[in-house]
Structure formats: structure tokens, C-alpha cells
Design a protein around this ligand. Structure first.
Ligand SMILES: Nc1ncnc2c1ncn2[C@@H]1O[C@H](COP(=O)(O)OP(=O)(O)OP(=O)(O)O)[C@@H](O)[C@H]1O
Ligand SMILES: [Mg+2]
Length: 261
């Protein structure tokens, strides 16, 4: 199976005010196949968000190679990285990163502001379908600041999925949610990924979420360790939805007439 994400020897660090350089990520190698899923686990401060940011082309490594869906990224310009990011990646941020001055629907439509142009009517329909998928059909014209944390997270997921990304990167998508809502959110992500054949990479502290994905990579102090085989553990997975056992698509992600934006 071709790889959706192939990172090799990624290292990243920051310069501290003292002038000293602090390494955050050391020589990380990660492989996730097309249509596959992976959890990235690790303690707070171990470098999970830093790694996901690099995978999402929102930062550049100090060293290493990153190939996304067969496209090498190491030597591309910032402008080309932005185009590739828009084309390939759906990112769910740890802190949602919604725009308070926009309503829910405008937030979900935002990824269409960049890149390939689409017809206005199709964009609106696709965004409304995404809101329905995440259970927020009646919230289209609400201000995001008026929503609960769980609702904001679902808006962020709708926005990440709206352009049918080949690679979905989610940074602790269930971190601030109760078990039931978290399970619902994971089911949405897993079903969306399965329906589109997308690769799904989820940063999580929650072993139950990790157990629902194909494999778990662990970050310790900036070093990434490859997965153990988790197949045997899935049967005992918690109520959190499993990507390994698709729940069946509700059809919102389909494109029966081939006119999808
Ligand atoms: N711009 C920065 N300047 C200085 N230190 C930074 C910067 N960005 C990240 N760090 C440090 O790098 C380490 C890794 O940060 P990162 O946000 O990747 O951790 P994380 O694993 O996502 O943590 P959490 O689970 O709490 O979200 C932390 O110690 C953090 O303080
Ligand atoms: Mg983080």
C-alpha cells in the first residue's frame, strides 16, 4: 500500500531567549499508508503538536524529509507548501482555531477561500452537509463564541473535512470532551476517513482513542517509537469508536452525481 505520510529523520527545535537551542523533535520517522490510521501518544510536552505541525506543513523541520501522498516537500517553497497543505491536509487544531467574528457556516467554508476555485452553491451545500454530518445542522448561523467546547470541536472537524483531504491530522480532538461526545467525534473522524479513503493521524492522551486506530506511535522526550501491533487489543477497546470497525457511512460524504466540490 502506498504511503500517505512518510517522514524520515525529522528534527525540530527552537532558539531560547538565552540564545541556547532546544531540540523538541529528534530524528522522527513515521510511515502511515493511504487509508490507514495512526495514533501519536505521549506525555504533555513530548512534542506531539510539534510533530503534527510539521506533518501538516505548518512548520519546517531543521532536518529530515517529508513525503505526503508521494509528493516530496523538503525543498518546496513556502507558497508551494501552502498550496499542497490546502490540497492534501485537513487539520483539527488542539485549540479549535475557529474565527469568532464568523458564524459557524462561514468557519466551515473557510478552506475554500484558498486554492482551487469552486462554485459558490456547491461550497455552501458541502459545508451544510458537513454540519449535518457532525450533528450541527441547526447551528449554521450561530456565532462560534456561543457554542460549547464540544460543539466548537465539531465545527473544527467539519472545517477540516470539508475539502475531502487525503490526510486528516487531529490534535487531541477528544481532549476536552466527555466520553460520549468524544466517542461521537472519533466516529465522525473515522467514518469520514473511511468514506474518502483518507489517512487519519490523531494525537491523543487517551488509550481508548488510540486503541481504535490501526497503530500507535509513541513520543518520548522528542523521540518517536514505532508502533506495536495493536490488533489483539482492539477487541477490548472502549466505547470510543474504532476506525478498524467502520460504523457504516450515513451517505453525507458520498458524491452520487459526481458534482462534488
Ligand atoms: N515556540 C516554542 N518556544 C519554546 N518552546 C517551545 C515552543 N514550541 C514548543 N515548545 C516546547 O516544546 C515542547 C513540545 O511542545 P508540544 O506543544 O509539541 O508538546 P505536546 O506533546 O503537544 O504537549 P501537550 O500534550 O501538552 O499538548 C514543550 O516543552 C514546549 O514547551
Ligand atoms: Mg499538544
Amino acid at each position: 500500500m502506498p504511503l500517505a505520510v512518510h517522514a524520515q529523520g525529522l528534527s525540530a527545535g527552537v532558539k531560547l531567549p538565552s540564545g541556547e537551542r532546544m531540540t523538541i523533535l529528534k530524528d522522527a520517522t513515521l510511515r502511515v499508508p493511504e487509508g490507514g490510521s495512526a495514533a501519536i501518544a505521549g506525555r504533555s510536552g513530548s512534542g506531539k503538536t510539534t510533530l503534527l505541525t510539521l506533518l501538516g506543513l505548518m512548520g519546517r523541520p531543521d532536518r529530515g524529509d517529508l513525503v505526503l501522498a508521494g509528493r516530496p516537500t523538503a525543498h518546496i517553497s513556502d507558497a508551494d507548501a501552502a498550496v499542497l497543505r490546502n490540497e492534501l491536509i485537513g487539520f483539527v487544531f488542539q485549540s479549535f482555531s475557529l474565527i469568532d467574528s464568523h458564524d459557524v457556516l462561514e468557519n466551515v467554508e473557510l478552506p475554500y477561500t484558498y486554492g482551487r476555485r469552486c462554485r459558490r452553491r456547491l461550497i455552501r451545500q458541502r459545508a451544510l452537509d458537513m454540519l449535518e454530518l457532525v450533528g450541527l445542522a441547526g447551528f449554521a448561523h450561530r456565532r462560534v463564541a456561543q457554542l460549547s467546547g464540544g460543539e466548537q470541536q465539531r465545527v473544527a472537524i467539519a472545517r477540516a473535512l470539508v475539502r475531502r483531504p487525503k490526510i486528516i491530522l487531529a490534535d487531541e480532538p477528544t481532549g476536552s470532551l466527555d466520553i460520549e461526545t468524544g466517542s461521537h467525534v472519533m466516529r465522525i473522524l473515522c467514518e469520514a476517513a473511511a468514506a474518502e479513503g483518507s489517512c487519519l493521524i490523531v494525537v491523543t492522551h487517551d488509550p481508548a482513542v488510540a486503541a481504535g486506530l490501526d497503530e500507535t506511535w509513541e513520543l518520548r522526550d522528542g523521540s518517536l517509537t514505532p508502533p506495536e501491533d495493536r490488533a489483539g487489543q482492539r477487541a477490548e477497546a472502549s466505547p470510543v469508536a474504532s476506525c478498524a470497525e467502520p460504523q457504516g457511512s450515513d451517505g453525507f460524504l458520498g458524491d452520487p452525481d459526481g458534482t462534488r466540490p
